[in-house]
Design a binder for this molecule. Sequence first.
Ligand code: SAH
Ligand code: SF4
Ligand code: F3S
Length: 477
Amino acid sequence: MEKTIHVALETLIGTPSQRQARPEVHAKPHPSSRSPRSNERDAGTFFLETFGCQMNDHDSEKVAGVLVSRGYTQVQTPADASVILYNTCSIREKAAQKVFSRLGEFRGTSDAGKIIGVLGCVAQQEGENIFNRAPWVSLVCGSASYRKLPEMLDKLEAGDRRVTGLDNDTDETFETEITRRDNPFRAFLTIIEGCDKACSYCVVPFTRGPERSRASDSILREVRELAELGYSEVQLLGQTVNSYKDPTSSKMKFSELLLAVADVPGIRRVRFTTSHPRDFTPDIVAAIDAQPKLCDHVHLPVQSGSSEVLRAMARTYTREEYLERIALIRAVKREISITTDIIVGFPGETEEHFQETLRLLEEVRFDALFAFKYSPRPNTPSLAMNDPIPEEEKSRRLAVLQKVQSEIQSARHAKMIGQTMEVLVSGKSRRENRWSGHASSNRVLNFTSPHQDLLGTYVNVLVTDAGPASLIGEHVL
Ligand code: SAH
Ligand code: SF4
Ligand code: F3S
């Protein structure tokens, strides 16, 4: 499995491997996570497995809503399902391979009669090739075509053998009447889909299509509904969430939208991921500084500490410009935690370039980072740059980077011992009196409390110990 540094849990746009370090918790369902009542028709059962980033997680919540509203019931195993769907990720080769190993499990089995579908970024990237590699698949649909899912399901139910949804040029965003939310504590909301940046290593502009922003009034309406359902924390999503451009006549700026979401009665925490450094403007920092409901956390992927590599990556900013954004964040009253993503071993990255990245880590002292070995991807400009850095060298750089960051985090966390942080409790351990949750900074706190029924509540936790990945504490009674 590809190595990653997984430090801040569960927050960031990325692959499941980034999010594997969940604490051992057993969240009990929140009343609002119950499946919405479906129509009277019993259409069958579906199984849906999701890979990839939080946008994919949230798309799956909406796809599940579409299916439930058509009378399908969600089940937990493919064996129990009449419709089996995989919502896939293509960001690195290993992520893309996963779906083919899942599909391979159906080879030679007697699952005839079941509908097997591939959704998401691998669907968009591979298109009808998927039918050649796995002829038992009958649905291939990329995220920009999800609005057509009901129509596609109609065709399959009417007996069509194969349907595809692969258009990438739609102006529409994917909005559903029913969303079957899985996370009972944090509600995801996609506010901008696709990506108009053109980072040379990245499949997303190809797999998710052009940037489309959702209307601000529709976003605010959904936030009000979420608050009424009992959600107090919302996370606004987009591959470049801060590039949001309100298509309505109110032309709300991203920072204005953040403040408007925070103003919705019942909302206590607002998060957003992922921000692109180029569009990270001073008004966003000012909004966070002024409104405590906007969480004190910014995920600002840098990718490399070398301006030369950044240019080859087509990131549209230099090391110095990135550091200016950091200075802006560090200049305000509130302490805002900053996390990032780094790619090591991009074609042409020399030892000196890599050292510049290590120096950047020392200079910024990120609160967490996700690091990846460069993976050449189809349809990306950097594919033509070849991939001259050997795998072992990429692994070495990754390990060095992880060690440097781990020391930085240990030192930062050690300084937090003795502080009290407000935590939204989202997990209960099997062990008596042990709970976990996130602080506003998105740090994970594992803590003890003699209280019962803390899930979904906000408690103050005194930090008593710290490791590189999380903090340990006790409930301040
Ligand atoms: N939209 C976000 C992140 C998108 S994907 C942004 O612009 O920052 C999440 C992370 O995966 C990226 O930040 C990058 O670090 C990593 N990534 C993307 N393509 C990759 C590739 N081809 N090889 C290795 N890592 C990659
Ligand atoms: Fe990919 Fe770059 Fe768009 Fe992020 S900003 S999704 S890395 S193309
Ligand atoms: Fe997300 Fe993976 Fe697609 S990170 S946008 S699911 S390629």
